[in-house]
Design a binder for this molecule. Sequence first.
Ligand SMILES: [Zn+2]
Length: 62
Amino acid sequence: MKCKLCDRLLGQPDDPLSTDCGGDCWGCVGEIEARMGDPQSLDKVRDESARGLRPSWTDPDH
Ligand SMILES: [Zn+2]
């Protein structure tokens, strides 16, 4: 199964952003939720960005 938004394969053990969030990957869902101001998602996305997993993401607070 693939993410409807970005075509990423879902549920890949070596890809932490591929977690299945109801048909979309966490990579997409996390960014959307972070943009909408969800503090938990923002925390996670920020941490993933710090680890280099989200090279195209920019922190909205910066
Ligand atoms: Zn996606």
